[in-house]
Design a protein around this ligand. Sequence first.
Ligand SMILES: [Zn+2]
Ligand SMILES: [Zn+2]
Length: 262
Amino acid sequence: MYSDQHLHSSFSGDSETPPAMQAEKGIALGMDRICFTDHHDPFVESDVDFDLDIPAYFPAMEKLREEYAGRIDIGIGIELGLQTHIADHLETYTSYPFDLIIGSIHFVDGLDPYYPEYFAKYGSRAYTRYFETVYDCVKMMRCFDTLGHLDYIVRYGGDDLTYSYREYADLIDPILRLIIDRGIALECNTGGMSRGLDEPNPCYDIFRRYHELGGELITIGSDAHDPSTLGYRFADAGEALRAIGFTHYAQYHRREPRMLRL
Ligand SMILES: [Zn+2]
Ligand SMILES: [Zn+2]
């Protein structure tokens, strides 16, 4: 079982799961390692508190790592919310000893596509504006190791908005080229599949294109906010990625990739 490198615990404002419960689920699934990546979206206005208490997080996770030594390896990561206007501030998080920093775009011009207000504001440009923002973030920032759920917005677009990689290829290809140039991984996030999507985020067409352009680094994560979806459909995702031509996935330790067979 691939190691899950995108999961949340009660250190995230939108999860109430004690970290030990995620570790137990990882063991039950036969994982050698899981990496916690609790949310940190600095300076956003939201009903949910997306500020990670980093001074409390490290000691708690280090204690967990000791408690579970020999049963499952615990990585300490973060899902950092990227926003262009705080680019310099975001770079400061690289001074912490994280195993993995996921760069995710949850807020576009201060609005989260999770809420209908985003779609009301951008209408038919909703997806375009999202991908433009991803590109700007990736171009401006080097503070992350893997690009989280690249087409996150399709989780919330619903049936009214059609979406295919091809329609947005002009916007997505430059993002893929940038991460390849910079040695940043592309995350395969199965979280949306547990909520009804047929494919991970991003969709397999984007992985196909990434592979075609020479991309090799991928990470795999379930985005589980509770144990029920930890490792969700990893076997299916692995099979699909192998069919595209990937042979390995990257597991991060102190922000360095180790390549493991898919
Ligand atoms: Zn996310
Ligand atoms: Zn997440």
